[in-house]
Design a protein around this ligand. Structure first.
Ligand SMILES: Cc1cc2nc3c(=O)[nH]c(=O)nc-3n(C[C@H](O)[C@H](O)[C@H](O)COP(=O)(O)O)c2cc1C
Ligand SMILES: Nc1ncnc2c1ncn2[C@@H]1O[C@H](COP(=O)(O)OP(=O)(O)O)[C@@H](O)[C@H]1O
Length: 314
């Protein structure tokens, strides 16, 4: 997959680009609803012997428009988004830089510049997609704004329990500790990538070395607690247990939670390595223990419970 970042105005011209079937949207999380829009474009491209593309925006349009200076947290930060789109068979990823200038473009100008000029012949979008100044362009206006240069497929809402699957709903589930339900709506397992950094070097002394992960600050993490996880590293998958929290047994002054993972049946150095952590099951809340012995006893129980969990999942 090729990734192309576009700002307004860009200088690409249609004649030099292949005919393309594209899906357009912000797609945070690439949940089941998003997957349907993207798969429509991929299928359309295969049938018409053209290239497939995803056209997305960065940073999050609503955060740019709100302008409240708050750091946005993404269910899928850019690196995760790229990885998943690649796995979905997308040939090209266009990332449109979302800023005030882009937001002020008239809807027809947006379509002319970012769809027609990119040689898009089929466009798939979700029923609630909007574009152009104040979101005046929407699913109902695409046909008109296409000037007959491309076909449009609008994907109706995908539901679960009669409710729309949405990034907002998934965020709420993750924040309230409802990981499994979030994973169901995602249609895959929530994951995060991070580089292994040094911690307090206490893990090995209590019998559970933990790889502490340096994670991009724009990644949305689930609720604090202990989790059954899988670690993907160099094309291998390992099972393990992770703690997302503040280590209150040993530290009192941490402001940000850390993510650390003890990989089962593993004992090699991982410092500096990039791992992908998949969040499979929420086990318990983090606890402040009075002694390290109590923590160790609890971690032994966590290990037994999590090994059981994976055994039954197989
Ligand atoms: C599965 C698991 C559960 C944990 N549970 C707790 C906990 O409930 N309370 C706590 O203070 N620390 C907990 N920890 C964090 C340990 O305190 C931490 O791994 C240990 O201090 C090692 O830190 P280090 O990697 O910085 O050396 C847990 C860690 C793991 C891997
Ligand atoms: N089973 C394992 N799970 C996680 N890390 C391991 C494991 N075995 C060895 N390691 C290595 O040991 C380090 C963790 O040891 P630890 O004493 O907790 O140090 P730190 O506090 O620096 O994380 C990891 O970063 C990794 O390089």
């Amino acid at each position: 997959m090729r990734t192309i970042t576009l700002t307004y105005p860009h200088t690409f011209s249609g004649e030099k680009l292949p005919e393309t079937a594209a899906a357009i949207g912000f797609f945070d999380g690439i949940h089941k609803g998003h997957q349907k829009v993207i798969n429509t474009a991929v299928t359309q491209a295969r049938q018409s012997n053209s290239e497939s593309a995803v056209i997305t925006f960065h940073p999050d349009p609503s955060s740019v428009l709100k302008n409240d200076g708050q750091q946005v947290q993404y269910i899928t930060p850019l690196a995760e988004k790229q990885q998943i789109l690649q796995e979905l068979g997308v040939d090209r990823l266009y990332i449109i830089t979302f800023d005030k200038t882009l937001a002020s473009l008239d809807p027809q100008a947006f379509i002319d510049h970012f769809i027609i000029q990119l040689n898009i012949k089929h466009l798939a979008a979700g029923f609630d997609f909007s574009y152009g100044h104040k979101g005046k362009g929407n699913a109902g206006t695409l046909e008109d704004h296409s000037r007959g240069a491309f076909d449009v497929t609008i994907i109706e809402q995908v539901t679960s329990d009669e409710q729309k699957i949405s990034s907002t709903r998934i965020r709420e589930l993750l924040q309230s500790g409802n990981l499994e339900e979030a994973n169901r709506l995602l249609g895959r397992t929530l994951s995060v990538r991070g580089t292994v950094k040094k911690g307090d070097e206490r893990g090995r002394s209590i019998g559970f070395p933990t790889a502490n992960l340096d994670i991009s600050s724009d990644a949305l993490l689930p609720k604090v607690g202990v989790y059954a996880v899988k670690v993907v590293w160099q094309n291998n998958i390992y099972e393990g247990m992770a703690n997302l929290g503040y280590n209150p047994t040993f530290t009192a002054d941490r402001n940000e939670p850390i993510v650390e993972v003890n990989i089962f049946d593993y004992n090699k150095d991982l410092y500096g390595e990039e791992l992908v952590l998949e969040w499979h099951h929420y086990v318990r809340d983090e606890v402040k223990f009075d002694t390290r012995e109590e923590l160790i006893e609890q971690m032994e129980k966590d290990e037994t419970a999590i090994r059981h969990f994976f055994y039954h999942e197989r």
